[in-house]
Each structure stands twice: as structure tokens, then as C-alpha cells.
Design a binder for this molecule. Structure first.
Ligand code: ARG
Ligand code: ZN
Length: 883
């Protein structure tokens, strides 16, 4: 075989090389002279020397056009500084020096959407910034690292007609007119912050406002800004923001700390949203909501992201990260806080199911392939590549384990200690664990091992019942597969929440060997070594264990259940999550039976259990919908070695058809019509649950009776009161290849021609067309007038949905999907390296494909790696994926 090419290996940044900054910036004054094509930035840095170091002043600055530089009021001559397009070195600085630089930026030419850029058309769009992780160096010369905290004074100047609204983080500190139709506004942020939290916004924007008084008595103006056509879609976000602020006061005692809180929506954004101090900036898809164009799922997402960014004000801003290796210190913690908030606002078990499903779909595959990395990576070449499911979602699971270990009050005590001790500082994960532990008189350092090693641990459980002794012995054993990383593998503390069920489905009192306290019916045992036995006494009959309840640790559990035991848990477990989990396990076994043409015990057990639940009122509509859904194609692939995504699709379809047959067409139709009769646009839990079940029932019906279901779906599409029902119907029509699909797609295209977020869903639905036809559809859609590689949301909705959410379409045996992706990556990389790199992660896992696809994928990746001039972002992903 030929040798794999190496993209030029860019220098690695290592955690173990961390050094405190040699220079700090105590205060900074920034003066912006804003224009679409060119903007100028005058920066005045008040420098402080670190007495322990004597390095010269080195400032980050990427491709800045330096217009002027002065030190302590004196213009520097060319031999007193050096700039190589990424670092500026200045001689002769001393403690207390003031460095002044003036640079020119080109916002309209900035397609990478990092630093200062333009959102929308040149004539009408607005200017905004994105600085995390290292965007500030695209704006001015600065020590662009999170452990340099400074006080910011920002003055914006611009033409009033073109830029009527001028915003920056902090409290307003004056505004006024200037000559020639220009105006200015100044903002002072009293809270020292790192450069990645700087933000400004300027242009034509509308606003909605609300007054808010914090629990500690501060009057705050909440302002949400959007372009005129979107402002009426911001009311839901405003309500969500208020709920989040109250929740953080009540749950963590955290109050907001400025007089204004701005939130801005943009259609041009690389990520979901950004927590800039006092000036959060959101991808419109995470902020705008209205019944006609927003699904229930998206409403919940908006609420969650609004809360997430707001919660960062404490977990991220007041206490920030020492370096980017600690990213999960703010992201994992804030995702956990966001999840708890959403669970409190909605249904807790459903939220847990959604979160674990996401973890399995996005994080487990990441952790099982060449892109695997610890929650705290040891090294990186491009930090933007580490805003991953591992850092966010697995990171949140680790916080959840700590919170579970300490209990509600203990965790609150620990968090109080963490905030108090680290307020105004840049902290590490060690600081976090120390605060939590010390406030509770316990040592949490064993949990650090979770942050240091990649890979999803396996937990093996085996139960043995001794009838004579009436004891039940549960043996738990752990193993973390050797991954691509070479980190040492230590046994991890794994909290396992468990219960025992009698053969009749009752929860048993748990008498632990040698334990005297009153028996509980649920408890947590911690497996803190490779293997351990847990003995329960006074057990009258062989019990069925319910393990890892609520998904108490992010592991893959293997337990030798019989199908009947899983069916018993599916029917009786009171832990909603574990009930769903039993259904998932049983469905996965049924899937294997169908795929391999072996026995059908699991298939029957699954279908029978669900048929009983379907006809009873014992379970809520939304949970029922989830119970009726087998693991997705991506999850099923994770259990295989020579992956053939098209075969997985077929076996999964066959499984669902069996379920539909067992439920019966008539029964399904009756239920569908009953749900349809009640549908509407109300957002309460029961209404959302009905819509979730209605969609699921229609999908099952479409597998049994495509023609009948097609007619129902076409009517549902036409009469839908809101987007949830409309999009569900459209998706059923498209996926089942119904005759009415084309007309519905045309209608949708026209109806939502002016609504970018709704159009994104039109692209995404079609990109998920199952199997071979998807690729041609994607090519056809790329020629649609509304398609562009310049808008990240559009790219995600078509190419992202195709390569990430459509395994059977993307992984064609002839490799055409891989070649399409590789070609688009080259074009995209020249415009926006962050978006290109994220899309490229779809190649993760190619080594486990069946041979023909594996070779085709490898050839496409190798060809891509040979392209000259790839960005550091894309280069790093390609390199890791190949090796
Ligand atoms: N801190 C943001 C959040 O709330 C994410 C920003 C990431 N931006 C980036 N270019 N990597 O999750
Ligand atoms: Zn975040």
C-alpha cells in the first residue's frame, strides 16, 4: 500500500507546556472607526510585567494591517518592533508601559466569520464580532489568551445612517453626535475579562426590551436585537431568558451583574451562540421562534441555548478558564446547568432520554474513532477543533456524576465555594474539583482520571441468585478500550444507580451485606476498581436488576439479560429513562435477530411489550413515542465492525415494520386520527407529547401502508397548524417516497422563500432521503438559488445533514458520497476553515466500514490531504482521521 501523505504538521500546543503570561494588560481602551469595507482600531494597552519572567512583550495579531505603533507616547521606529503576521514583538516595554497600536481591518472580506465581520448584504447588513477562541487577535494586537483579564473601555464611531445601533459589552458610558453625520457610543465593563469575551455589534437592528430586577435588587434592561423581519420572532427567547435568570438565582444563588444585557441574532454564525460579556450573540436558529416556522424541538433548543449562554455569565465569564485545555471547565459545567434547567422547565425523563440519545449519536462515535480525545485534551494544533461533543456532552456527564455523588445540597455548597474562590480568576479543572470536594469534606481527585482518558468505558454486569441463602450477588467490572490515544488507563470511579425488581415488577428493599441502615429501594454503588461484587441479602426470588438508572455514568453497559427480563423493565421500571433504555436494548437485540436471521425471542418480547403499552394509558404520549423508536442507524453501526450503512437501514426498517404489523394498521390509524383531532400549536408538555406521538405513529403507518399514510401525510401537511406537524408530514412524504412529496416540497419552497431558517429545514429534509437517491438530490439542491457555501447554516442544512445524519445516503458503496464531501471541503476551506473542519469530521470512523466503502473513503481522504494550502483547522482533522 502507498504511504499516507502527511499534511504539513503544524506545531502542537501542549497542556504540560503551560506558563503564566509574562505580561498582563490591566486595562485596555479600544476606539473603533467602523466601516463595511474597512474599519480602524486604535488600542491602548496598559501593561503589567510578571516579575517572575523577563521575556519581551509578545502580542498575538493575525494578518493585521499595522498603521501606527507608539510606546509611552513615542512612535516606535521600525527596528523597535517585529511583526511576522501572527506575533508582534515590542522591545523596551516596562511595567506600567502604555502601548498604542492602530490597525485596519476588512470586515466585508472576512468570510471565516472570526474577528470582525459582516452579516448579510454589504448594503444592509450589520457588523459583529466573534472572538472565542482566538478571534480577538484578528481585531487588534493583544495577549489573546484566556488567563489575561483586563478592564475594557470601548468607543465606537460610525456613520449614523448606516450604523444607527452601536453596541459593545459592559455598561453604557455616553453617546453623542459627531461631524459629518457620524455618531459615537462608549461602553465600560467593570468586570475584568479575557479577550475572547469581547464583542461589538453595529448596524440596522430592531429591539425588544424588558425590565428585570435581580434577586439582589439590580435593575437590568434586557434587550434582544434582530433585523426588522426577525424581531417579532424574539419574544419566546425573551421569556426564556427571564426564566433562566430566575432559575440561576434560585438554584445557584447567581445574580446578573451589569445594568444591561444584550442578545443579538445573526444568520451568519459558525456555532450556536456566544456568551460575550453583556452582549450575547446568537445564531438566529438558536434564538428565533414562532409557531409557523419553529418545531417543538427547536423551541426547546432555543430555551436551552438562551439559558446556556446566560449561565456562562458565571460559569465561564466571572470564573473563566486558565487555558483552552480547560474548555470543559466552562462548557461541560454550563451544559450540565443548561440540562438541569431544561429538565426543570420541561419533562425531566424526556430531557434525559434526549441528552443520552445525543451522547450516543455524537459523542460515543467520536470517542471510538481516530478523533477521540479526553475531555481535557493533552494537546491540539487548532483549538477550534476541540469544541466537540466530548468536551461539551461528555464533559456535562462528568459534572453530573460529581453532582450526583455530592447530592443536591452538597453540590450547591461546592458550587458556592467554586464561584466564591475563583471569582475574577482563570481557573483549572483541579480548582473545580478541589472546591467541590473541600466544601463537602471529600476527595474528588479520583474523578480527574475521567478528564484525562479518552474512550467510552465498558461496564459489565452479571447477577447471581443463591436461592438457598436468599442472596443476590451483582458483579460489576469495568474496562476502557485502548483508544488511539496512548494515555494510561486507570480504573475510573463509576457511580451505578440501581434497583432490584421482583419477578412481578415490584421494587425490592435493598439490604446490602453488612449494612444496618433502613433499606432503600434505590441506591448508588461506586465501582472504583476493575471489578467488585455487591451482595444483597433477604432476596426472596431471583430479581431483575435495573442498572445505571438515569444513566448515572457515561459508559456502555453490557448485562446478560434475557429478553423477558428486559420486557419486564420496559413494562414496570418507574425510572422513565431506564424504561426507555430497556426498550432500546431489546430493540437492538431484535434488530440483530432480524439482521442475522436467527431466533426471534427479543423481537417478540419487544413487540408484545409495546403492544400492551400502546393500548394502555399507563405511559405518557412522548415517552411512548420514544419507546416505539429503536436506536438510530448511527447507534446501531457503533455495535458493528464491518459497517454497511445501507444494510443497517434495511434491517432497521424491517424491525420497525414488524412492530407496525404487531400494532396493526387499523389500530395505528385510529390512534393517529385521535391525536390529529387534538393537535394545535400550544407549547405545554401534553400538547408537545401528542405531536411527538402523532409523528411516530404516522411514520410506523407509512411502513405498513405507504399509500394510505401518504394521503394522511399530505393532508396533515396542508392543514398543519404549526411547523411541528408540517415538517413531520413533509419528512414522512419525502422519506417514504410518496407521490405527494414533490408537490409538498414545491409548496414549502414557495411558502418559506423569505425565511432562511425554514428553508434550511427544506434542504435538510431532502438531504436525509434514505439510500442511493440522496446524492443526486444533494447535487440538485446545490444548484438551488438559495444554496451558498458562504452561509454556515445553509452548509449544515444540506451538506451537514447529508454527511452526518444520513448514513445510508452518504456511505454509498461506489464512494461518490466521499468524493462529493472531499470536493466541497476544498472549496469551503478557502472560505471558512472552521465550518470545513467540522464537516470533515464526517470521515471519522471510516476504518470500521466494510472493505469496499473503507477503500473508497480512504482514497477520497488521501486525495483531500494532498491538496495544497489546506487550513490548520481542516489539516488537523484530516491528519487525525488518517492516522
Ligand atoms: N462558548 C460558545 C458556547 O456557548 C461556543 C463558541 C465557540 N466558538 C468557536 N469558534 N469555537 O458554547
Ligand atoms: Zn457554552
Amino acid at each position: 500500500m502507498h504511504a499516507l501523505p502527511q499534511a504539513a504538521t503544524p506545531s502542537l500546543i501542549r497542556l504540560r507546556d503551560y506558563r503564566a503570561p509574562a505580561w498582563r494588560v490591566e486595562a485596555v481602551e479600544l476606539d473603533f472607526d467602523l466601516g463595511i469595507d474597512a474599519s480602524e482600531v486604535l488600542a491602548r494597552l496598559h501593561l503589567r510585567r510578571n516579575p517572575a519572567q523577563d521575556a519581551p512583550l509578545r502580542l498575538d495579531g493575525e494578518n493585521l494591517q499595522l498603521l501606527a505603533i507608539a510606546l509611552d507616547g513615542r512612535t516606535l521606529s521600525a527596528d523597535e518592533y517585529r511583526y511576522d503576521d501572527s506575533v508582534l514583538v515590542v522591545d523596551g516595554t516596562r511595567d506600567g508601559s502604555v502601548l498604542e497600536t492602530r490597525v485596519r481591518l476588512r470586515p466585508a472580506a472576512n468570510t471565516a466569520l472570526e474577528g470582525l465581520y459582516l452579516s448579510g448584504p454589504r448594503e444592509t447588513g450589520f457588523l459583529l464580532t466573534q472572538c472565542e477562541a482566538e478571534g480577538f487577535r484578528h481585531i487588534t494586537f493583544f495577549p489573546d489568551r484566556p488567563d489575561v483579564l483586563s478592564r475594557y473601555t470601548v468607543t465606537l464611531r460610525a456613520d449614523r445612517a448606516r450604523f444607527p445601533v452601536l453596541l459593545a459589552g459592559g455598561n453604557p458610558d455616553g453617546a453623542g453626535e459627531l461631524e459629518g453625520g457620524r455618531h459615537w457610543a462608549r461602553f465600560v465593563d467593570p468586570h475584568p475579562k479575557p479577550s475572547y469575551l469581547f464583542a461589538l455589534v453595529a448596524g440596522h437592528l430592531e429591539v425588544i426590551e424588558r425590565g428585570y430586577v435581580t434577586a439582589d435588587g439590580r435593575a437590568v434592561q434586557l434587550k434582544i436585537w434582530a433585523e426588522a423581519d426577525a424581531i417579532e420572532r424574539c419574544h419566546y427567547a425573551m421569556d426564556a431568558l427571564e426564566r433562566a435568570m430566575r432559575w440561576d438565582e434560585q438554584t445557584y444563588g447567581r445574580n446578573y451583574d451589569l445594568d444591561v444585557f444584550h442578545v443579538v441574532a445573526t444568520h451568519d454564525f459558525n456555532m450556536g451562540a456566544m456568551e460575550n460579556k453583556g452582549l450575547n450573540i446568537f445564531n438566529a436558529k438558536c434564538l428565533l421562534a414562532e409557531p409557523d416556522s419553529t418545531t417543538d424541538e427547536e423551541y426547546r433548543h432555543v430555551e436551552a441555548v438562551v439559558a446556556h449562554e446566560y449561565f456562562h455569565n458565571w460559569s465561564g465569564n466571572r470564573v473563566t478558564c486558565r487555558d483552552w485545555f480547560q474548555l470543559s471547565l466552562k462548557e461541560g459545567l454550563t451544559v450540565f446547568r443548561e440540562q438541569s434547567f431544561s429538565a426543570d422547565m420541561n419533562s425531566a425523563p424526556l430531557k434525559r432520554i434526549d441528552d443520552v440519545a445525543l451522547l450516543r449519536r455524537a459523542q460515543f462515535p467520536e470517542d471510538a474513532g481516530p478523533l477521540a480525545h479526553p475531555v481535557r485534551p493533552a494537546q491540539y494544533s487548532e483549538i477550534n477543533n476541540f469544541y466537540t461533543a466530548t468536551v461539551y456532552e461528555k464533559g456535562a456527564e462528568l459534572v453530573r456524576m460529581l453532582a450526583g455523588t455530592l447530592g443536591r445540597d452538597g453540590f450547591r455548597r461546592g458550587m458556592d465555594r467554586y464561584f466564591e474562590r475563583n471569582d475574577g480568576h482563570a481557573a483549572t479543572l483541579e480548582d473545580f474539583l478541589a472546591a467541590l470536594g473541600e466544601a463537602n469534606g471529600t476527595d474528588l481527585t479520583p474523578y480527574l482520571a475521567w478528564y484525562a482518558q479518552a474512550g467510552t468505558p465498558r461496564l459489565k454486569a452479571h447477577g447471581h441468585y443463591d436461592a438457598a441463602a436468599q442472596t443476590y450477588t451483582l458483579t460489576l467490572a469495568q474496562q476502557t478500550p485502548a483508544g488511539h490515544g496512548a494515555e494510561p488507563r486507570a480504573p475510573l470511579p463509576i457511580p451505578v444507580k440501581l434497583a432490584l425488581f421482583s419477578p412481578h415488577g415490584d421494587m425490592l428493599p435493598l439490604h446490602m451485606d453488612g449494612q444496618t441502615s433502613k433499606p432503600a429501594i434505590e441506591l448508588v454503588v461506586v465501582l472504583d476498581r476493575a471489578e467488585r461484587n455487591f451482595v444483597f441479602t433477604d432476596v426472596a426470588a431471583a430479581p431483575v436488576p435495573s442498572l445505571l438508572r438515569g444513566f448515572s455514568a457515561p459508559v456502555i453497559l453490557a448485562c446478560d439479560y434475557t429478553p423477558d427480563e428486559l420486557a419486564l423493565l420496559l413494562a414496570h421500571d418507574v425510572d422513565g429513562f431506564n424504561r426507555w433504555e430497556a426498550s432500546q436494548q431489546l430493540a437492538a437485540r431484535a434488530y440483530e435477530e432480524l439482521r442475522d436471521g436467527t431466533a426471534s425471542a427479543a423481537l417478540h418480547a419487544w413487540c408484545d411489550a409495546l403492544a400492551r403499552l400502546f393500548d394502555s394509558a399507563a405511559v405518557d404520549d412522548a415517552l411512548l413515542a420514544d419507546l416505539l423508536t429503536p436506536p438510530g442507524e448511527i447507534e446501531l453501526a457503533e455495535r458493528e465492525t464491518a459497517i454497511d450503512p445501507q444494510r443497517i437501514l434495511q434491517s432497521r426498517q424491517a424491525l420497525q415494520r414488524q412492530l407496525a404489523e404487531r400494532l396493526g394498521a387499523e389500530n395505528l390509524q385510529r390512534r393517529y386520527l385521535a391525536l390529529l383531532a387534538q393537535t394545535g400549536i400550544e407549547l405545554d408538555a401534553a400538547s408537545q407529547a401528542r405531536r411527538r406521538l402523532q409523528r411516530r405513529v404516522l411514520e410506523l403507518l407509512a411502513l405498513l401502508d405507504p399509500v394510505g399514510a401518504g394521503a394522511l401525510a399530505a393532508t396533515q401537511y396542508r392543514d398543519a397548524p404549526g411547523m411541528t406537524d408540517r415538517l413531520a408530514a413533509l419528512s414522512v412524504l419525502v422519506r417514504s417516497g410518496a407521490a405527494q412529496a414533490a408537490a409538498a416540497l414545491r409548496d414549502y419552497r414557495e411558502r418559506y422563500a423569505g425565511n432562511a431558517l425554514a428553508l434550511d429545514k427544506w434542504f435538510a429534509v431532502q438531504a436525509q432521503l434514505p439510500g442511493e437517491p440522496a446524492l443526486d438530490r444533494v447535487r440538485q439542491l446545490e444548484r438551488d438559488d438559495a444554496f451558498t457555501l458562504k452561509n454556515p447554516n445553509r452548509v449544515q442544512s444540506l451538506l451537514g445533514a447529508f454527511v452526518r445524519s444520513n448514513p445510508s445516503g452518504f456511505h454509498r458503496a461506489d464512494g461518490a458520497g466521499y468524493r462529493l464531501l472531499a470536493e466541497r471541503l476544498v472549496a469551503l476551506d478557502a472560505l471558512n476553515p472552521q465550518v470545513a473542519a467540522r464537516l470533515a469530521t464526517a470521515f471519522n470512523g471510516w476504518q470500521r466500514l466494510e472493505p469496499r466503502r473503507r477503500e473508497a473513503a480512504q482514497a477520497a481522504i488521501v486525495e483531500l490531504a494532498r491538496q495544497p494550502g489546506l487550513s490548520r483547522n481542516l489539516g488537523e482533522i484530516i491528519d487525525s482521521v488518517l492516522n
